[in-house]
Design a protein around this ligand. Structure first.
Ligand code: ATP
Length: 796
């Protein structure tokens, strides 16, 4: 057996050597072309020179990646029967999925007609035969899809493990075990078993790995689903939703790079999950082509760092805030344009800015000016507070964003002053009257004092300043009347008191969605567009590689889209069950014309009103057709842990199916009752797990214990981390300690679902520590995790 293995490894080694030789040849060719181009100097057209540079660059990237980045550049192979027709695709492989009628001989033997190697990028030999097929190419699909039940043309599917230029091992699956297959006249060898299991058993690090070598058929169908419309993917914890979302982004880019480069947005719930996942795309060869952003970083210049108490978060995320924000945006006009340091917080605060004093403004307070006085045609014309109020109401009856209504307000002010001046009656002749009127307008508009008045009376509002203005409890009570309860308004106002009057200060993830809504309500007045300076290196770097038509390079397009920030071509939402209605509105604005992939698990939702969120989601996704997929296999948790978690699932969402765990370790979860102080027990358990696993250990606590837990674990090293329950979403560790299930469950209305998330983070071992609020039985199993949990213990 060892002989067979060694022989098969050396066969693959020969192939890999051939691939590297071919790549080196390509580099030499490209270098020759470059030298040649230099020799010929001016003879080549600029386009041809740029094309050569691009070739050199591309070949360089290839080799560099192969040598440095892609540890397992070549990872798969399929041996196939003859296809139904003799057609070949652009990658040189036969296209037919089904075998030819006579591919299997009557005596049950068959010849392998085609062997394909699958890798992270495609490589063609000098005669255009495929040496390596890109994993995203149609010809590679059978590598992922073929099963013994539906084998298609695949007889043997091989996973190749390599590091750098060296092949380390191979693992085979036979898809048609009933056949006696021959390859070049020799019987087809089969080595090892369980490539998937080998992948799953590996120790976890703090960053996610790609699964390109072991994508499963149900996942492959999602990854390769057509981009059009909305692809909805549901599946329990560990079913590969995040992995599938990332691989789908790479697949879409491969399919239609021109359309998607720079235009794919992946939205993740937390910065922790962003840093956990963002290495996957570069490993798939898609560095910098896709924006992965946390919900709290979707608005330029804002970065969520603060947490809201659950009760405040619930209100801030609710769609009811839309109305509150609309009123706040209009109401904030009344606060006048006090300088940022004084704007907002307190209506009584501060003096009016100096420039406004000669406009008849009250010296204090800093509210809007109460009178407008101008001189026109040598006469003084004045509008009092009541008239100004009427003009403002008229102006606000327009539907445009508040900042964009300013020109309308200015026109209505001029109309009101004109009416006041009596100028309208001076001429019967319409032409003369019109001339008089335009002279009048010009007179007023040229007055600096009028502009200063307008700035104070209809200031350009920033989202941050309006948000900060909402920190005043009385004011917010007014703006939210009949929409929020008094207690709700108070909680929101208090949570905003972190901000200074200009809105600077720590923001929560919910504040960011409010800022985005405010930006839409306020609008940004047009500013001259900044032109990107031409970079002389642009046409040397060869980054136009896949854009032969020189309209706009990928790079320029990516940069333009990032700068404009507004819209993406495809939006992928990870952990979609957690978006609040306000967050759906924010994300929806980034994909109004987009196609979508939305992955999530309702059972893991930490939002208290799933129906309200579902309605907002439907609105964001519009009426595009939906395509639904369900992932059913849990690749993360061993069966022992999955079984325990399913008890909480039964409480959190009765009747909801648990995904099937794909492996079992024989290690049952461990239950420990905390002594006093609790930290000592937790620390000891974390230390114990560090001894037993090679990779990482996550200690999940209720949000309010986050900082305390970090202190408990101080000094244990980098392999262990403390996490609040809401931060654990999407992450995984070799082993986890879940501290006090009851505390996690009690923390919010969706607490049981949050506990379900916490319990499903471990790939190998789980320890549950009961605290004071838990009621452990004789074996230390807390009440919430017993399979016979009495409903009255749920504290409902
Ligand atoms: N086909 C596969 N081959 C190897 N590993 C896989 C495969 N599918 C998923 N995994 C692994 O299983 C783990 C769980 O995947 P992932 O995080 O994508 O699941 P998820 O559905 O997003 O989970 P959750 O809902 O808990 O966030 C990851 O370590 C991932 O690499």
């Amino acid at each position: 057996m060892a002989d067979v293995r060694d022989r098969e490894i050396s066969i693959e080694q020969d192939h890999l050597d051939g691939v590297y030789r071919r790549l080196e040849e390509k580099i030499q060719e490209a270098e020759f072309l470059m030298r040649d181009a230099a020799r010929r100097g001016q003879v080549g057209t600029p386009g041809a020179l740029a094309e050569r540079d691009a070739q050199v660059f591309r070949a360089g990237i290839h080799l560099n990646r192969l040598n440095n980045e892609f540890e397992d550049f070549l990872f798969g192979r399929i041996d196939l029967l003859l296809g139904k027709d003799g057609e070949k695709g652009p990658d040189g492989a036969y296209t037919s999925v089904e075998p030819a009628d006579d591919a299997v001989h009557p005596d049950g033997t068959a010849d392998i007609a085609e062997t394909l190697h699958i890798g992270r990028i495609g490589v063609l030999d000098a005669d255009y035969t495929p040496l390596v097929i890109d994993w995203r190419a149609p010809a590679a699909a059978p590598f992922y899809r073929s099963t013994p039940v539906e084998p298609g043309r695949v007889v043997r599917r091989r996973v190749i493990r390599s590091k750098g230029r060296q092949v380390l091992g191979v693992e085979d699956d036979l898809m048609r075990p009933e056949l006696t297959a021959r390859l070049a006249g020799e019987p087809l060898a089969v080595v090892g078993d369980g490539a998937l299991m080998a992948a799953l058993g590996q120790a976890r690090s703090h960053t996610m790995r790609d699964i390109v070598a072991s994508i499963q058929a149900e996942q492959d169908r999602v990854i390769r689903a057509p981009a059009a419309s909305v692809t909805l993917v549901e599946g329990g914890p560990g079913t590969g939703k995040t992995a599938v979302a990332l691989h789908r982004a790479a697949y879409l880019l491969y399919q239609d790079r021109r359309r998607y480069a720079g235009g794919i947005l992946i939205v993740s719930p937390t910065p922790l999950l962003v840093s956990y996942t963002e290495g996957v795309l570069p490993s798939l060869g898609e560095e910098g082509q896709v924006a992965i952003r946390a919900l709290g970083s979707l608005v330029d210049g804002a970065e969520a760092t603060a947490y809201d108490p659950p009760a405040a978060a619930r209100v801030k995320g609710s769609a009811r805030m839309v109305q509150v924000l609309r009123r706040a945006a209009r109401g904030a006009l009344d606060l006048g344009a006090a300088p940022p340091a004084r704007a907002g917080r307190d209506e009584e605060a501060g003096e009016a800015p100096e420039g406004q004093l000669d406009l008849g403004l009250p010296a204090a307070p800093a509210g809007p000016p109460e009178r407008l006085r101008v001189v026109a045609f040598g006469r003084r014309v004045e509008l009092d507070a009541a008239e100004l109020g009427r003009v403002r109401r008229d102006a606000l009856s327009g539907t445009a964003p508040v900042n964009l209504l300013r020109p309308r307000a200015r026109r209505l002010l001029l109309d009101a002053l004109w009416a006041r001046s009596g100028g309208a009656g001076r001429h019967q002749d319409p032409e003369l009257a019109a001339e008089l009127r335009s002279g009048f307008d010009e007179d007023i508009l040229s007055e600096d004092s009028f502009t200063a008045f307008l700035d104070a009376w209809w200031p350009e509002l920033t989202p941050r300043a309006v948000l900060a203005a909402m920190a005043d409890e009385k004011r917010l009570a007014r703006w939210s009347r009949k929409v929020l309860g008094q207690g709700e308004a108070r909680r929101v106002a208090r949570s905003l008191s972190r901000l200074d009057p200009a809105g600077e200060g720590p923001l929560s993830v919910h504040d960011v969605a409010l800022l985005d809504e405010l930006e839409a309500v306020l609008g940004t007045p047009p500013r001259p567009r900044r032109k990107r300076e031409a970079d002389p290196l642009d046409h040397l770097t060869g980054l136009q590689e896949l854009m032969p038509v020189r309209e706009e390079t990928q790079w320029e397009r990516a940069e333009r889209l990032a700068q404009e920030r507004t819209e993406y071509t495809h939006v992928i939402v990870d952990e979609a069950q957690d978006l609040t209605p306000m967050q759906w509105r924010m994300v929806g604005r980034r994909g109004r014309q987009a196609t979508w992939t939305v992955v999530g698990d309702p059972a893991q939702s930490s939002w208290s009103d799933p129906d309200e969120a579902a309605a907002a989601r439907e609105e964001a996704l519009g009426n595009r057709p939906r395509r639904r997929f369900t992932l059913t296999v849990n690749y993360r948790n061993p069966a022992e842990i999955a079984e325990l978690a399913s008890r909480v699932l039964a409480l959190a969402m009765p009747g909801s199916p648990s995904p099937r765990a794909v492996r079992s370790t024989g290690v049952e979860p461990r239950f420990v009752v905390a002594g006093e102080p609790m930290g000592e027990t937790v620390r000891a358990e974390a230390a114990r797990l560090l001894e037993t696993v090679d990779g990482t250990v996550g200690v999940v606590v209720a949000m309010e214990r986050r900082e305390q837990a970090a202190r408990w674990l101080a000094g244990l090293g980098e392999r262990v981390v403390a996490l609040g329950s809401l931060e654990a979403k999407g992450l995984e560790y070799d082993a986890t300690v879940v501290v006090s299930p009851a505390e996690v469950a009690d923390e919010s209305p969706a607490g049981l679902r949050v506990l379900y998330v916490a319990l499903t983070r471990a790939t190998q071992q789980l320890t549950v520590v009961s605290g004071r609020r838990d009621q452990p039985d004789a074996d230390g199993v807390p009440d919430l995790l017993r399979d016979d949990v009495p409903p009255e213990l749920l504290g409902e």
